[in-house]
Ligand binder design. Structure first.
Ligand SMILES: NC(=O)c1ccc[n+]([C@@H]2O[C@H](COP(=O)([O-])OP(=O)(O)OC[C@H]3O[C@@H](n4cnc5c(N)ncnc54)[C@H](OP(=O)(O)O)[C@@H]3O)[C@@H](O)[C@H]2O)c1
Length: 340
């Protein structure tokens, strides 16, 4: 295929580029070049916030264009300016309205699309992805709309998929305990960046049309933590922390500083991480065992030189473990703030 990838310099885009090259496709990437594209890639540098950014790649007729944007204006101008036989747009589970249900399918109602060309902040993310989907679906050309769940594995700089295996590999003070949310049944899923990338290239080749939920099999937080402990390999054990205590300690859910990743304490979002992926699996999405994804993410964490953007620091981990008491003691809920 003569393939144009709008992106290619970040986490997923770099893997899509690698998969396309490995498949022998003629690949061109377009991005600002904030980070390098993988070796062997032809990178056209342009800023898609500019109206004429796609001019260098608009004179060709592409077999497929893969777009990773989150900005509706980028998607609208791609449809306006490019000639292609097929689109693949990387969308997100955030397109769906909030709901507590696990394993929702592609018929789940969507949030209202963003009218503006640019998001004003991450609170617009779901609406912006819906607006992008509308642009591609309304282009008159077939379009795969890839509604990706949490993406993990090697290169995940967010540390969302790498924190738990890293923490199990590096328990504080050799104490053999890792603080985890006391919510073992919380529904979890993540898709390995390499599996998603391979399927995106296949979707481009096969011209799959319509929306496809794309994440890994639904499991539980306990299941993820057991795999993370195994991958971490230090023999440490999970120490469940009461959710009320986590709240009092100011420990955040999902991602970011002072967080316990992959878990959400909002009842209306309990099923958020999971999706029914029957349609994508029937169309060829194959997900490797979770341990392989966590191993890849751990390798990235071991190479990290700066601060980790998600999870607890060692000091925060010590404070949480100290707050809950020693193993065998009844957990006591105390007034306590991290860092104070
Ligand atoms: N991470 C997750 O767990 C997750 C979950 C669901 C869906 N998704 C979606 O999956 C995709 C992830 O893509 P990604 O990991 O490759 O990275 P990304 O951080 O979303 O960046 C996408 C690409 O767009 C390029 N870009 C951004 N602004 C640009 C501009 N103004 N002009 C030209 N290029 C621009 C970036 O390159 P430059 O900076 O070099 O321009 C980068 O290569 C996104 O669509 C995201 O919304 C992610």
């Amino acid at each position: 295929m003569e393939l144009l990838l709008l992106g290619g310099t970040a986490f997923l885009g770099r893997e899509v580029a690698r998969a396309a090259l490995a498949g022998g496709h003629d690949l061109t990437c377009l991005a600002r070049g904030t980070a390098p594209a993988p070796g062997g890639v032809t990178l056209v540098t342009a800023d898609r916030d500019q109206d004429d950014a796609l001019a260098p790649v608009s004179g060709r007729s592409w077999d497929a264009v893969v777009d990773l944007t989150r900005q509706p204006g980028h998607a609208r101008r791609a449809v306006r300016d490019l000639t292609t036989a097929h689109w693949v747009f990387v969308s997100s589970a955030n397109v769906y309205v909030e709901g507590p249900e696990v394993d929702r399918d592609e018929g789940t109602p969507l949030v209202e699309p963003l009218e503006a060309d640019l998001m004003s902040g991450m609170e617009d993310y779901g609406a912006a992805k819906v607006a992008c989907e509308r642009a591609f679906a309304g282009s008159g050309t077939s379009a795969t709309l890839v509604r990706a769940g949490l993406i993990g594995g090697p290169g995940d700089l967010s540390a969302r998929s790498g924190y738990w295996p890293w923490r199990f590999a590096h328990p504080v003070d050799g104490g053999g305990q890792v603080a985890v949310p006391d919510d073992p049944d919380f529904p979890c899923a993540l898709v390995d960046v390499r599996d998603l990338a391979a399927w995106i290239v296949a979707a481009a080749q096969e011209r799959l049309d319509g929306p496809f939920n794309a994440t890994g099999p639904t499991t539980t937080l306990a299941g993820v933590l057991a795999e993370a402990a195994e991958v971490g390999g230090s023999g440490s054990r999970a120490r469940p922390i009461p959710l009320e205590l986590l709240k009092e300690l100011g420990v955040n859910p999902w991602a970011g500083p002072r967080s316990m990743p992959l878990w959400i304490d909002v009842p209306g979002l309990r099923g958020f991480a999971t999706m029914d992926t029957a349609r994508a699996r029937a169309a060829g999405l194959v997900c490797r065992p979770l341990a392989g994804t966590l191993r890849g993410a751990l390798a990235t964490e071991e190479e990290r030189t700066g601060p980790r953007p998600s999870g607890l620091t060692d000091d925060e981990e010590r404070e949480v473990l100290a707050a809950v008491g020693r193993p065998g003691r009844t957990p006591s809920v105390r007034r306590h703030t991290l860092g104070s």
